[in-house]
Structures are given as structure tokens and as C-alpha cells.
Design a protein around this ligand. Structure first.
Ligand code: NOJ
Ligand code: CA
Length: 696
């Protein structure tokens, strides 16, 4: 599967040795728009700074570490070696936003030495791309030190102004927060610390989670994140409002009292800064996946990108329940029954949908939430008595609908790890190739957090074990996406944001109309999102009179294009899709892409994305707006020349409005080609979805 279609490696220079301080080493991106300078201060403190098109965007920022029992990495260093290389390849994704990814960078590896301290030698490695910068620390084996206990990583990002920021708090347990838009000096994560809607949250200080996206007064866009988070805690960024400075604050372990313990040799994850002239270029950036290792799994054609339905939304609406009984007695509201699953399979099969997620199929749900002792509660192989797993899987096979397995771990990872092999072996026997996992609740053992090193290693163990059984993983309450999908393509998708579910039950009014136009430029830069779009019954009647989805119906359709995931849910109930002409879009839309083009957009306001379906001539366009209604002019110049397309346009009706009239939708057809330029109107909280099917 991993076919490298072009591979050029140019080694152009040099190894220079020096013992002088104060020296500056400069490396440019291939087109020279980005310039990174590495410099030792007079006292030998390692620092870096970054310019973009001549504008200074990161001021001199220090690099360092504090360890347990070993002296800190701080100052008194000398540069003892510098290596510079260039690299250019094009690699192929087995599935993704695009088939081919260009990976073109210049790199510099600076070796620093301070013979007076324990860690006397380490490298700082920068890779400079046209769309941003990644750097990491590399610790070789040395001085009989075989492991490091990291108390703090002290990586600074010194900003050049009080930028406009889109941020969520630096929560050690969950990313399911609304984005805030404030100036940097107004970031106040602690104000968000109590949250009624979360079964877990821990925000210890004024820090943000990544990606955090910013706009400078010149209109330059920056997004700070990390790539290849392996055997290390997730990084939050501590906010120093006065000095306009962010510093790495790793998620810790209260159980062990440190941030990380690693064996040498060790490389940290890449600290990343995506840099763009325009917001849209952030979405097109491939920095995060490029900074990961190539595919380790080889042929992964056992997984196919798919749309899926679920015995799922009905539980979030409280129409049915995950559990089978109360106090040992069946309550009659169990959702995952054989009969219900078959009804979904019938509908999916008639409507071009290849998957069905079934939640609440296995024993343990009676003791799911709010219980402290959740170890040993869930069982990942035993179905409830009213759900015949084998029969449902077989019925699905006959109708070309594959069951998607569900493993809610209830944040008891030790219980899950004990059962991993058995659970995945069952899936393999049944021919099920994808599982949705979940980690609701506080992590057991106490003192560990979802985003700490111990859990990062757990999530990776699940991916690696799943791969052995040809199983792909869609994790909820996950660790953030850091481009691992390049190395392990079976890490297909994840949640890691406030998903659609909040619209069903949150006590704060659900996700506001600006949520997804913000997510597209923040969370989505990290990787695929299982957002679960497709609610047609926007007002959730009769189940949830006090909740609703805060978008128009047309926006729900647009999300199939705007939000990328190789598994894309049609989440609503069967009865809400029946006899709905708009459902045709969900039936038609692709899930795997040859090309993606972000046509226009501004963070938190609007975004329009066009994607070309893999191995087909069809294109799909999605556009969404926040609460401001607006006209989007779409120039179809991206379409392939010489072709005409039968376009079906799903747009907000004249009176559409996310709150007042969300289901007002106009569906029209026309012929479109690359010379077409058309103005479309988007309602407040609205959207636009277009399918462009190449005419014969
Ligand atoms: C939270 C997940 O995000 C949701 O999709 C799932 O239904 C519940 N946990 C139960 O596992
Ligand atoms: Ca969730």
C-alpha cells in the first residue's frame, strides 16, 4: 500500500564544528518564505526565532529541560556539530484528504555540549517547510545514563504581538470545550475550569491545549501543535500574558510525580508551528503528517473508508438506553437489539451506507458512569441477551453493511488491556474491521490523566494491537491527533472535540453556530474528526425539547465535505431520513479523496472546501458559516477541464435561519463546468452542499 511515487533526496552540506558561543545558524524553507535562526545566548542558552516573509513571528525563545536527579538543560552550551540537509518526496496516503502528499523541507541538526552536566550532549533538530516549522529534542545514549525522568520541558514560544487567538483550556483530561476567541493577553483558561457537561476535566493552570490558532495584526496565521506524540505526555502551553510568551507545560502523572520517564536514546515529539498568509492555507498544510514516520503497517486495504449509521443518537436523545436492565430487571428501553440493528442495516443498505455502529451491545453499561470502581465492569465479548451479535453481523454481510464494534472502556484502561487480544480476535473472526473506543470518566488508576504519558502509551498499545488483528480504531475521549495516522493508518479517526453529542444534552445550549467554522481551523489541523454530522430533525422533537442543533439542515450536509474523516456518520434516526430529498446528498457524497482545495474561509466565520472523490471524476463542495449570513461566490475553476458536471445544489432556503427556520432548504440542479462562477446565499448558521457528478 505504501507506494512512494517520487523520491528525491539531496544532501547538500555540511558538518561544521565550532566551539564559539553566540553563533547563529540559519535555515530557510525550500521557497525561503520561512527562516529559522538557532542561536546560543552569551551564557550558552539555546534559543530559536522565526521570520516569515521578512516579518518576525517568533522572537528569541529559550529551549531547556528540568530532570529528576540530573542537572537541568539550561545554559553553558557550545555548538559542537551542525548538519544541514534537504529532503523532497511525495508519498501516498492509503486514504485521506488527498492521495499524494508532498514532503519537502530543509533541516538542521545542531548538537550542543556542556561537559559539566549529566546530559552533556543533545541535539535540537529543526525541519523547515514552506507551511511551517517542526523541531524536537534528541537525546543520545551517554554517560551511563539509561533513562530520564522529565520534570519539565521548558520550550518557549515568544510571540511578537497580542494576537487574536482561538483556544480551548489546557485540560489534562478532555478536549471537549468550546473555542474562545480572545486576544492573547485575555486568555483565561481557569475561568473554564468547572464544566457541568463533562465526566472528567482537570485544568490546573492558565494554559491552552493545542492546536491553538492565532492571527497577527498583519493577517499572518499561526497554529501551534505537536507531531508524532509517542511515549511522552501531551503538551499544553502555559500562558504568560504580560510577556506574550507561551511555554510548554507537559501533562503530568500525579501517581508518579513527574511528567515523563523515557529510556535513552529518546526523541521528543515535534513542536510544530504552522504558518500561513491566509487562514485557508492552514487547512491545506500537511506539516503534521509529514513530521511522522512512514506507514509501518504495509497493506491496509482490509479497511475501506465508509459512511455509517448507528444505534447511537437514539441513546443521546434518551429515546433508548445503552443498558439492558435496572437492578437486574430488563427495563425494555435497550437500544442495541437484534431487531433494531436489522432495521438499521436494511435502511443503510438501501441508501449506500456501508457501516453500522452498535453501542450498548455488551454487558457492563449498568455500571458505566458515576461509578468509582469501574475496573472489571465492561466485557468486550459478551452481548446482552436481546442482541445476537453473530446473527446481526451475518445479516449485515448479506446486505453489504459492516458492523462497527464499540468498546466503551469507561476510562479503565487496565481492564481494557487485559481483554484487548480476546476482543480484537473476536472481531477478526467475525470479519469486523473497525472499532469505536471510548474513555468516559476519570482515569483509573487515580492520578493519571487522559493526556499523560501513561495514557499516550495506552492509546498507542490499542492501535498497535488492533493492527495485528486488521482492526481500525476511531477513539473517543482520545489523545489528540498528532499525525500518527501516517505511521499507523489504522488510527482512522477520533473525537477529541465537542462533537455533535453536545447538541443532544449539554446544559449550555449546545455547540453555537461559530463552533465548526472554528474547529476547521483549529482541531481539524491535527487530523480526522469523528464529528458525527447529519442531524435532520434539528429541533430534536419530541425527545429533547430543551436542546437543539444550532445549524441549518444545509449546514449538516455541508459538514460531510468540510469536516474530514474516512468514516463519516449519518447520525440521525431512520425515521428522520425517510422521504427526505436532502438525504440524497449523504447517499452521494464521497468519503475518500484524491484532492482537497480550501476555497475560502476565515477562522470562526466561514469556510468552503472542495474535494475530489478518489478514483472518480466527482467533486463535492461544502461551505459553512457562523451566525452571520453571507454570500459565497464559488469559482469552479478547480474542476477538471473538458468535463461538464451534473450539479445538485443543497442550499439554505430564503427564510432559513439556524434557530428560526433551520430545515428550510432549496434543492436545485444545473450543469456546471470550470468556467462557472456562482453566488450562493448562506443563512445565519447555514451552509451549502454541492455534488458535482461528471456527466458521461
Ligand atoms: C462518549 C462518546 O463520545 C459517545 O459517542 C458515546 O456514545 C458515549 N461516550 C458512550 O460510549
Ligand atoms: Ca465524547
Amino acid at each position: 500500500m505504501k507506494k512512494i511515487i517520487a523520491f528525491i533526496l539531496v544532501f547538500f552540506a555540511t558538518t561544521s564544528c565550532t566551539s564559539s558561543n553566540n553563533e547563529v545558524e540559519i535555515v530557510y524553507s525550500p521557497s525561503k518564505n520561512i527562516e529559522v535562526s538557532f542561536q546560543l545566548l552569551k551564557d550558552g542558552t539555546p534559543t530559536y526565532s522565526i521570520n516569515f516573509n521578512g516579518e518576525n513571528i517568533i522572537k528569541t525563545s529559550k529551549l531547556g529541560f528540568d530532570f529528576k536527579r540530573l542537572s537541568s538543560i539550561k545554559d553553558n552550551f557550545k555548538i559542537v556539530d551542525v548538519q544541514k540537509n534537504s529532503f523532497n518526496e511525495t508519498w501516498e496516503m492509503p486514504w485521506g484528504e488527498a492521495k499524494e502528499v508532498v514532503n519537502n523541507y530543509n533541516e538542521i541538526i545542531v548538537t550542543l555540549q556542556n561537559s559539566d552536566i549529566d546530559i552533556s550532549k543533545f541535539n535540537i533538530h529543526f525541519k523547515v517547510y514552506d507551511d511551517g516549522v517542526g523541531f524536537r529534542y534528541e537525546f543520545p545514549q551517554q554517560n551511563n545514563i539509561d533513562s530520564l525522568i522529565v520534570l519539565d520541558e521548558n520550550t518557549q514560544f515568544s510571540l511578537t504581538g497580542n494576537h487574536t487567538c482561538w483556544w480551548i483550556p489546557g485540560d489534562w483530561d478532555i478536549y471537549e470545550h468550546l473555542y474562545n476567541k480572545t486576544r492573547f493577553a485575555k486568555i483565561d483558561a481557569l475561568a473554564k475550569a468547572n464544566h457541568d457537561n463533562l465526566a472528567q476535566t482537570y485544568i490546573p493552570e492558565n494554559a491552552v491545549n493545542t492546536p491553538i490558532t492565532m492571527r497577527t495584526s498583519n493577517g499572518t496565521h499561526l497554529s501551534f501543535h505537536e507531531a508524532n506524540l509517542t511515549n511522552y505526555p501531551g503538551m499544553t502551553l502555559k500562558i504568560d500574558k504580560e510577556n506574550l510568551l507561551m511555554s510548554s507545560e507537559l501533562v503530568g502523572s500525579k501517581r508518579f510525580g513527574y511528567k515523563a520517564k523515557v529510556k535513552l536514546p529518546f526523541n521528543t515529539p515535534w513542536r510544530t508551528i504552522q504558518i500561513a498568509k491566509k487562514a485557508t492555507e492552514l487547512i491545506d498544510s500537511k506539516l503534521i503528517v509529514n513530521l511522522n514516520e512512514p506507514n509501518k503497517l504495509g497493506d491496509v486495504s482490509w479497511f475501506k473508508p465508509t459512511k455509517y449509521m448507528g444505534i447511537w443518537w437514539e441513546m443521546h436523545l434518551s429515546k433508548s438506553q445503552w443498558s439492558y436492565s435496572t437492578n437486574g430487571k430488563p427495563h425494555g428501553l435497550h437500544g442495541a437489539t437484534t431487531e433494531n440493528a436489522k432495521a438499521f442495516i436494511d435502511f443503510a443498505s438501501q441508501n449506500g451506507i456501508g457501516g453500522l455502529l452498535v453501542e450498548g451491545w455488551n454487558t457492563g453499561w449498568e455500571n458505566w458512569i458515576g461509578f468509582d470502581d469501574r475496573e472489571g465492569v465492561f466485557d468486550f465479548v459478551t452481548p446482552y441477551p436481546d442482541y445476537n451479535l453473530k446473527e446481526v453481523v451475518q445479516y449485515g454481510k448479506e446486505k453489504s453493511v459492516e458492523i462497527i464494534m464499540h468498546h466503551e472502556t469507561s476510562a479503565a484502561p487496565r481492564t481494557y488491556e487485559q481483554q484487548l487480544d480476546t476482543a480484537f480476535a473476536l472481531m477478526k473472526r467475525l470479519g469486523i474491521s473497525a472499532v469505536k473506543t471510548g474513555y468516559v470518566g476519570k482515569i483509573i488508576p487515580k492520578g493519571e490523566f487522559h493526556h499523560g504519558q501513561w495514557m499516550v502509551n495506552h492509546y498507542r498499545k490499542v492501535i498497535e494491537t488492533a493492527a495485528k488483528y486488521d482492526v481500525a480504531v476511531n477513539a473517543h475521549e482520545p489523545i489528540k491527533a498528532t499525525g500518527i495516522r501516517r505511521t499507523y493508518p489504522n488510527a482512522i479517526s477520533r473525537e477529541g472535540l465537542r462533537g455533535q453529542e453536545f447538541n443532544a444534552w449539554s446544559s449550555d445550549g449546545g455547540n453555537p453556530p461559530n463552533h465548526l467554522p472554528t474547529v476547521a481551523f483549529t482541531r481539524m489541523l491535527a487530523g480526522p474528526i469523528d464529528f458525527t454530522p447529519g442531524v435532520f430533525n434539528i429541533k430534536l422533537k419530541p425527545y429533547k425539547p430543551n436542546n437543539q442543533v444550532n445549524t441549518t439542515l444545509a449546514q449538516q450536509l455541508a459538514l460531510y465535505v468540510v469536516i474530514y474523516s474516512p468514516i463519516q456518520m449519518a447520525c440521525d434516526l431512520i425515521e428522520n431520513y425517510k422521504n427526505q430529498p436532502a438525504f440524497q446528498f449523504i447517499n452521494d457524497v464521497g468519503v475518500d479523496w484524491d484532492k482537497t482545495i480550501t476555497l475560502n474561509g476565515e477562522v470562526g466565520e466561514f469556510v468552503t472546501i472542495a474535494r475530489k472523490e478518489k478514483n472518480k471524476e466527482n467533486w463535492f463542495v461544502g461551505s459553512i458559516t457562523n451566525e452571520i449570513s453571507r454570500d459565497a461566490e464559488i469559482d469552479f475553476g478547480f474542476l477538471d477541464s473538458g468535463l461538464k458536471y451534473n450539479a445538485t445544489i443543497y442550499q439554505d432556503g430564503k427564510n432559513a435561519h439556524w434557530n428560526d427556520n433551520p430545515t428550510d432548504i432549496e434543492i436545485s440542479k444545473m450543469i456546471i463546468d470550470r468556467n462557472s462562477k456562482i453566488d450562493f446565499h448562506l443563512a445565519s448558521g447555514g451552509g451549502l452542499a454541492i455534488s458535482l457528478i461528471a456527466a458521461e
